[in-house]
Design a protein around this ligand. Structure first.
Ligand code: HEM
Length: 414
């Protein structure tokens, strides 16, 4: 069966104009979970939905090498990191990340996060008005460094946070935002390389089980330590995404503001509700629009032929809002997670499939834990006002945020 094709020599401009809606809108229009288009000068197949996610995570059919465009590697990912690896070398590298996620280390992470919220709340009381987004990113940068065994001087905090944040902010950008992300990556990699070098030279001894220690001493399958550059990229693969949780904290605050009945429930202290709220924030708000992989061998799926080497994009945002999978998907309703069956392929804000064997986000538990502690703290231990501002978030900008960056004022302890 021929795959429905979107007309046009190249539709990159449409993707840039429609952002998060680009793939879901065409799936709806073509009434199909698969269509073909041309983006950045190449043929691309877009797929979405639970079955699509399942095939996308079938390693026999897809590989990651060569899938990410250079501009994403120059900003978000870095080069030679875990994201672009396949097969046994990937699984070996992935184990480095998964070995950091023990229940003991996650418990420490929750404690660090709570402590940093207390410190932040005390500081925020001195400010007349502040952006919750920018302050949360700084808070998360502190959490990331402390948890990872990375020293962070007070004088460095702003620059390091700005750089980690700029790499995230650059992923769907062209022009100045992209360039800012590249500069930020260069500066951050230099910093991370020097940290790893100090560990290897015995000048610094981060605790066992911390990311800095594990990455500095990790050996690849050939028995060799990672190059300083690769180790730096992997260390940033911990520090950058923890900082990114500041975005979800901001969306969580927005949800409490826009749907006040949810903040009432969060204040009741019901942990199950808190967890469902966190899941709904990750499902409802846009973060990553889609993921890319390349067809490894020719195969057929759902009556369609996939040619070796073709780039395939999985609709992440659209799958989290799929009408076939979610009742009233555009409604914010944490209780929906009471009935959620836990499929690894229908709720995919941080990828799907298996953590150890596939590319699913290594930091999903970290994200959920940090969000749970953070949003509980925000709901139950801080009083603040939300002045009039532009809380609207664009569905075109990738990644996106409330336009005003969520300003708050009159912070006091609750
Ligand atoms: C991979 C999202 C937080 C570490 C991914 C992927 C997504 C994602 C979509 C790609 C999955 C794939 O390629 O199939 C997010 C979001 C986060 C977040 C939205 C929230 C802020 C974290 C955290 C960490 C982390 C906190 C580390 C502590 C990683 C790593 C990978 C990854 C190492 C690469 C996994 C691989 O290629 O095997 N993440 N992530 N992420 N994430 Fe996250």
């Amino acid at each position: 069966m021929a795959i429905t094709r979107e007309k046009g020599m190249d539709n990159t401009h449409r993707l840039l104009m429609e952002g998060f809606h680009y793939i879901p809108e065409r799936r709806r229009k073509f009434q199909s979970n698969i269509f073909q288009t041309r983006l950045l000068g190449q043929k691309v197949i877009c797929i979405g939905g639970e079955e699509a996610a399942e095939v996308f995570y079938d390693e026999g059919k897809f590989k990651r090498k060569g899938a990410a465009p250079n501009r994403v590697k120059e900003t978000l990912f870095g080069k030679k990191g875990v994201q672009g690896m396949d097969d046994t070398p990937h699984r070996h590298r992935k184990q480095l990340f998964m070995s950091l996620m023990t229940s003991e280390r996650l418990r420490e992470l929750r404690e660090i996060t709570r402590w940093q919220w207390q410190v932040a709340r005390d500081n925020w009381q001195q400010k007349r008005e502040m952006s919750l987004f920018h302050e949360s990113e700084k808070l998360m940068c502190r959490v990331a460094c402390e948890w990872a065994g990375v020293p962070l001087f007070a004088s460095e905090l702003n620059q390091r946070t700005r750089d980690l944040a700029a790499m995230i902010d650059a992923f769907g950008a062209i022009g100045p935002r992209h360039w800012k992300g590249r500069t930020a990556r260069n500066r951050s990699e230099k910093w991370a390389r020097s940290l790893v070098q100090q560990v290897r030279e015995g000048k610094r001894s981060p605790r066992e089980g911390t990311a800095l220690n594990a990455i500095a001493w990790h050996r690849d399958l050939n028995g060799k330590l990672l190059s300083l550059q690769t180790a730096a990229v992997e260390l940033l693969n911990i520090l950058r995404p923890i900082t990114a949780i500041g975005r979800y904290v901001t969306f969580g605050a927005l949800a409490m503001h826009d749907f006040p009945e949810t903040s009432e429930k969060l204040r009741s202290g019901d942990e199950t509700y808190n967890r469902m709220f966190v899941q709904e924030v990750r499902r409802y708000y846009p973060f990553g629009p889609f993921l890319g992989a390349k067809v490894r061998h020719n195969f057929n799926w759902s009556g369609h032929h996939f040619n070796k080497g073709t780039l395939v994009l999985l609709d992440v945002y659209g799958t989290n809002h799929d009408l076939d999978l979610w009742e009233n998907p555009d409604e914010f309703r944490p209780e929906r997670f009471k009935e959620w069956g836990g499929s690894p392929f229908d709720f995919i804000p941080q990828g799907g499939g298996d953590y150890d064997m596939g590319h699913r986000c290594a930091g999903e538990w970290v994200t959920v834990d940090v969000m749970q502690v953070s949003l509980e703290y925000l709901a139950n231990h801080i009083d603040y006002e939300v002045p009039k501002q532009h809380l609207y978030y664009s569905m075109v900008r990738m990644p996106t945020l409330p336009k005003s960056r969520f300003m708050i004022s009159r912070v006091t302890p609750r």
